[in-house]
Design a binder for this molecule. Structure first.
Ligand SMILES: [Zn+2]
Length: 378
């Protein structure tokens, strides 16, 4: 089957993250088993009662059921997509125009999955001397949850992992971490004519946010030159507080997001924030603040000299760079792999109506993955 036909099949299966990905996994499992790969599924019921499945398809599963297979190369693709506008007629029907294939997930990241399947199908797997695995995950678009569950299950260890994401076939060897905290600052409500009997949660939050801005400035002195910008960034993206113009506000909440450079722990900013809260308590003993660390995705970095980085640089004729968006690479690193993010399509086209993958990139990706399998597993 051609890579375009495979991509059309994948796009036709609606796999928005809010739905079960069971249909997609059944399709991929059948394709892998037809090539003689051993498949295992890892099922999970999410908080909405919906089944989400990770699939691992391997050329070798080790000698016993319990043995963890040391895999040489893993190709990873997430099966879920972001939602689509119901008025976008091509969302589930892959459509070619001007050498581009349009459809939801065509770029992010079904193109990589189609390329990986096609590359495996064009390889004589019985000739491989080292184990190869295809890994298809759930719930990437809502926080890389499937890959993290898989890393916790430790179904295999790996030497090298190519994590599919639209990078226009440029190898991405490092990525910033992604962390979130919900901060709730409390005060005491009162009539605004008598502020002295209350305590403004908004004034308190403002003092804390002023200190967060100072943290953001301090962070600029710790630089990782491979990123743009080359330091950990901070954003207060949402703030809500108060109930009326004449009420001293009793509560103010805000969302703090930070993206860490490799080498900095995901809780580094969180600890600086906690120190600032302690400072504020010294002058305002009633200062009440709750910090809910909602997310802490690690950064990742694979050495520029890694054989996988060098292979992909040479095969794609592009030098390696870094990504500022979250990926499943840290989960693969947790399984022992040197991981590189790589795939056809441009991240700037992803997540929007009219998402597409250019046909030449899709075809080149098949070729590069085929060569990667031969390079690392033969
Ligand atoms: Zn993606």
């Amino acid at each position: 089957m051609s890579v375009e036909q495979t991509l059309a099949d994948l796009v036709a299966i609606d796999s928005v993250s809010s739905r079960s990905n069971a249909e997609m996994i059944a399709y991929l499992k059948a394709r892998c088993e037809a090539r003689g790969l051993h498949t295992r599924t890892y099922s999970h019921i999410d908080e909405n009662g919906i089944e989400k499945i990770n699939l691992v398809a391997q050329t070798s599963v080790g000698d016993s059921q319990t043995e963890v297979c040391a895999t040489e190369l893993v190709l990873v693709g997430h099966t879920d997509t972001v939602p689509y506008d119901p008025n976008w007629n091509e969302a589930l029907q892959l459509t070619e125009r001007d050498g581009k294939l349009f459809g939801r997930g065509s770029c992010d990241t079904k193109a990589f999955i189609a390329a990986a399947l096609t590359a495996v199908e064009s390889t004589d797997l019985f000739q491989l001397k080292k184990p190869l695995a295809l890994v298809f995950t759930a719930d990437e678009e809502i926080g890389c949850l499937g890959a993290r569950r898989l890393a916790n299950a430790r179904p295999f260890t790996a030497h090298y992992a190519i994590v599919g994401e639209p990078t226009s076939l440029q190898p991405m060897r490092a990525g910033k971490g992604y962390c979130l905290a919900e901060v709730t600052v409390r005060g005491r409500e009162a009539h605004s004519a008598y502020p002295q009997i209350g305590a403004s949660a908004i004034f308190r939050a403002a003092r804390l946010i002023g200190r967060i801005e100072n943290i953001a400035e301090q962070l600029q002195s710790d630089q990782h030159e491979d990123f743009d910008p080359p330091y950990t960034t901070i954003n207060v993206g949402v703030i809500k507080g108060g109930s009326a113009k004449n009420v001293v506000p009793g509560e103010c909440r805000f969302t703090l997001e930070w993206r860490t450079i490799p080498g900095q722990k995901s809780d580094f900013v969180l600890n600086l924030l906690r120190e600032e809260v302690e400072h504020l308590r010294k002058t305002d003993p009633d200062f009440e603040c709750e910090i809910d660390a909602a997310r802490a995705d690690d950064s990742f970095e694979t050495a520029a000299g890694s054989e996988l980085v060098q292979f992909l640089e040479q095969a794609s004729e592009q030098s390696a760079s870094t990504v500022a968006f979250g990926t499943e690479a840290p989960s693969m690193i947790a399984l022992g792999a040197a991981a590189v993010v790589f795939g056809p399509g441009n991240i700037r086209e992803a997540h929007r109506t009219g998402e597409f993958v250019p046909v030449p990139e899709l075809e080149q990706c098949v070729e590069i993955l085929h060569r990667a399998i031969e390079r690392f597993c033969l």
